[in-house]
Every structure is written in C-alpha cells, then in structure tokens.
Design a protein around this ligand. Structure first.
Ligand code: AMP
Ligand code: MG
Length: 475
C-alpha cells in the first residue's frame, strides 16, 4: 500500500516570480481524521494509502511525496475594497497537480501547512474548526451542484495553535481545486506592470479552464459568465460567502476560501454573518454586485492584452464586464425556475420569485425548508407567520396550473432538504475539539446527500437560543 501520486506540475513550470518553492513545516504528531474516498478515486489516488501512515505524513506536510513541487503562490488583492499589493499563500502550499480520471487537471493543496514568506503576522497554521467547517461546507456545495474547491482529507497535527480563544488543536486540510488562480493573482502582476507574467498567466488559465477562448477578451467573457453562474447558484441555496475579496475569487469559477461563510436559516435579503464585515459589503444580496466589481478588477489587469490601443481595450473590457447583469439574470432565472418547478421562464416569473422572497422575509421563513417544502405542500410550515405565504400561494398555484403542474423533477434537483446549518457546524466543531468526530461524520454524510430525507434533527432550523448570529474567519 505505497502511496503514488502521479503529479504533473504545470504551475511550477511557470517562472520563479509566480511563487516561492518550499516544503511544508513538519508537525508534531499527525493523525488521520478523514479521507474523501470518492474524490480520491476521481483523482486516481488510493484512498487507503492516503489514510495510511505514509499518506498521513504526506497530508500533514511531514513528507514530500515523489513528484511533488511544493510552492506558495504569490497573489495580491482587494480586501473589503482596500488594495493589498501582496498577499500570497500564507498558510497553504500547492503540492502539485494531477490529471483526474476525466482528464481534468486538479491542484492538490495543503492548507494550514506552516509559515511561508507570505505569512506576514500569521503562524501559517489552521485549527480544527475552520478545517472541518471547510470540509463539510465545500463537500455540501459540491453535492448541491455548486462549483467549488473540494476537500480530499483532513489530518490533526498533534499541535496546538494559538487563537483568540487560547490553544486549539491544529489541523491541515487537503484542498483540491481546478486551480488556485485568483483575480488577485492577475492583480499581483498588474501592480508590478509585469505584462509578460500576465500573458503567461492568462495562457495558463485559458489552457486549464477555457480552452475554447481564442483571445484574452474571450477569457474575460468566460470568467464573467462563470462568476454569474456561480453567484446565482449561491443565491439559490442561501449561501453567503462572507469574504468576496478579489483574492478569494477563482478564475475557474469555483467557490474558494471558505472562511466566515454561512447558509441562511431564516431568509433575510441583506443577511451578514461575518464578524469582520461591519458594513455589510458582502451581504447576501450584494454578492452579484461584488462579483461584478471583482470582475472589473480582473478586466483592468487584462487591458494590455486585450488591445494595444488603451481606449479600445477599455471599451471592449467594459462591454464584457457589463454583460454580467444579464448573464447573472439568466442564471438566476434558471436556478429559481428549477426551485419553483417552472418549465419555462415567463414574463412575470421574476416578480413571482421576488414576491415569494419578500413573503419569506416578512413571514420569517426558513430558506431551505420553504423551497424543500414547495413540492411536498409543507412550505407553509417553514414560516413563523404564514400570512404572507398564504397571500402568495394563489398566484403561484395559478402559474403552475397554466403550465399543467410543477416540474417535480427539476424541483427535486434544485431544492436541497438539508444544508450545513451554522449551529450544527458549531456543535460539530465543539465535539471534534473534545475528541468526538462522530458528529462530523454524521453531518458530512447527511449534507453530502442533500436531496435525501435527512434525520429530522439536521433539517430543523435553530431555536432562537441556538442561532449562530456571527461567524469568524477562524484563520
Ligand atoms: P483568507 O482569509 O483565506 O482570504 O486569507 C487572506 C490572507 O491571509 C492570505 O494571504 C492568507 O494566506 C493569509 N493568512 C490567513 N490566515 C493565515 C495564517 N494563519 N497564517 C499566515 N497567513 C494567513
Ligand atoms: Mg483567501
């Protein structure tokens, strides 16, 4: 049972100024927590070997596997709108890439692997809480059909990391991504006026994610479309990313960097959970606007590659980014048509959806359970005050009658019955810190089968005293 990872590291073949090569910092006493067998199989890796002693050493960063080329990627970014010229992997290392069984190139990254030259004031480590949170949430997102980075494994380090709450058990997450190229990666080179690097990076991204793009403008168009689709899907499951900084926006169109993210329980259009988002910049309903803003930052970086004449380049790039609202609107309509079981999108359907959302807000309805209940006739139960729902229902019923009943197949695919609810994630983390991983396994198993009927306790919204009102970056 020796571990073999067939690395082919294209990012490491880019010039040295794209990253800093270094191994992970070994940890005291690595112990396996979980290996994602299905994902391992997809990557062509032996899950048993990954869970064994050698695999555990590799996933903890204590052993560099054959063929790996560990490196910390350089990037910059706008954090809450403020420009930071250098961020980079401060607590993560790209081990390398593998081509999966579908022929898709995937990054394998260790998160929590120790200090790098990009760590600034940080310790380069992660504690168990955010590692298990990202594991559960990213795998739930994947199961719901939302493009996302994945979780391949988590190991405990046997060390403690010091956070506000004192010493906490350390862990390393193995993250798998289509790539870790971010808007901030382009910004890093744009800020240094390194047009050659931007060109190389754009070629890398085109080859990896958008092989049909014949030009950098095509690339921008494709990223605009991917982000529009992504954010529409977030809105469809009540997801709030919480830190949509440009360094947390992946060119691949995958959800990346799960920090203070959360799924809403009770619907509130302007919902904010993150403790650091004091102005609500990344509130639930602001996510499309912010995605467009992030895309404008990407467009700015790409200008020199779009046209030699700057005015022409600006005009072309602006047109591309300005297509975001339409692309988002189309994606949003597709998502919510599915959720409501509408077979086609008709003129007043946006109003129908928005009226439901307004009713959910005034009636204090649970987001997930409202939609899950629509097909089965118990959506009303998700409302604290059902009056607004009762007022909306006849309009919906008439709309369904006009198409000969709901598209139940679409509804079953579009409306998860279970999401990782904040209070359950927190309870799971508390148990894991105390050494009990059973709640982690149970929550993971449940939320990765989101369309099955879950155990009742995992589908109920929190009681007021259970509600988790604030989330933390947890880094
Ligand atoms: P994020 O919160 O993932 O968007 O991270 C923002 C930046 O802070 C990135 O450059 C991270 O690498 C860095 N960072 C976050 N946590 C740590 C940590 N514990 N040690 C070092 N760098 C960190
Ligand atoms: Mg980040």
């Amino acid at each position: 049972m020796t571990l073999h990872i067939p690395f082919d590291n294209s990012y490491a073949r880019l010039p040295e100024r794209f990253y800093v090569r270094q191994p992970a910092t070994p940890v005291e006493a690595p112990q396996p927590i979980v290996v994602n067998a299905a994902l391992a199989a997809e990557l062509g890796l032996d899950a048993e070997a990954l869970a064994g002693p050698e695999g555990t050493r590799v996933l903890a960063g204590n052993q560099v596997p054959d063929g790996a080329a560990p490196l910390a990627q350089a990037y910059a970014g706008h954090q809450f709108g403020g420009w930071v010229p250098q961020l980079g992997d401060g607590r993560a290392l790209l081990l390398g890439e593998v081509v999966d069984i579908h022929g898709k190139r995937r990054d394998i990254q260790l998160k929590g692997s120790g200090r790098t030259p990009f760590s600034r004031m940080g310790d380069g480590r992660a504690w168990l809480g955010p590692v298990l949170r990202e594991y559960v949430v990213s795998e739930a997102m994947h199961a719901m059909g939302v493009p996302t980075t994945r979780a391949l494994a988590a190991v405990a380090t046997g060390e403690h990391v010091i956070r506000e709450r004192g010493g906490l058990p350390g862990a390393v997450l193995t993250r798998v991504a289509a790539s870790h190229v971010r808007v901030g990666t382009f910004q890093y080179f744009a800020a240094r006026q390194d047009v050659e690097a931007i060109r190389l990076l754009a070629d890398h991204v085109i080859a990896r994610h958008y092989p049909d793009a014949g030009s950098v403008l095509d690339l921008l168009d494709a990223v605009v479309a991917a982000q529009a689709d992504l954010v529409a899907r977030w809105l469809g499951v009540g997801f709030i990313h919480g830190v949509m900084n440009t360094d947390n926006t992946a060119l691949s169109g995958e959800t990346i960097d799960y920090g203070p993210c959360a799924f809403m329980d009770r619907f509130e259009s302007g919902k904010v959970y993150s403790s650091i988002d004091s102005y609500g910049r990344y509130a639930f309903n602001r996510q499309p606007t912010i995605a467009a803003w992030n895309l404008a930052q990407l467009a700015t970086c790409l200008l020199p590659l779009i046209d030699a004449d700057q005015d022409t380049a600006v005009e072309m790039a602006t047109n591309s980014v300005n297509r975001f609202p339409d692309a988002f609107g189309t994606a949003w309509a597709r998502v919510f048509a599915g959720k409501l079981g509408l077979r086609e999108w008709r003129e007043n359907d946006a109003e129908l959806v928005n009226d439901l959302l307004t009713a959910m807000q005034t009636g204090a309805a649970d987001f997930t359970n409202t939609f899950a209940g629509l097909a089965e006739g118990h959506a009303r139960d998700a409302f604290a005050d059902p009056d607004p729902f009762d007022a909306w229902m006849p309009v919906y019923r008439a709309r369904l009658d006009a198409q000969g009943g709901p598209d139940l197949t679409a509804m079953a695919r579009a409306n998860p019955r279970v999401i990782p609810r904040n209070h359950q994630v927190e309870t799971m983390i508390g148990a894991a810190v105390a050494g009990d991983f059973a709640p982690f396994r149970r929550l993971l198993e449940t939320v990765t089968r989101p369309y099955d009927s879950p155990a009742a306790d995992l589908a109920v919204p929190p009681e007021p005293e259970e509600e988790v009102k604030m989330t933390f970056c947890g880094t």
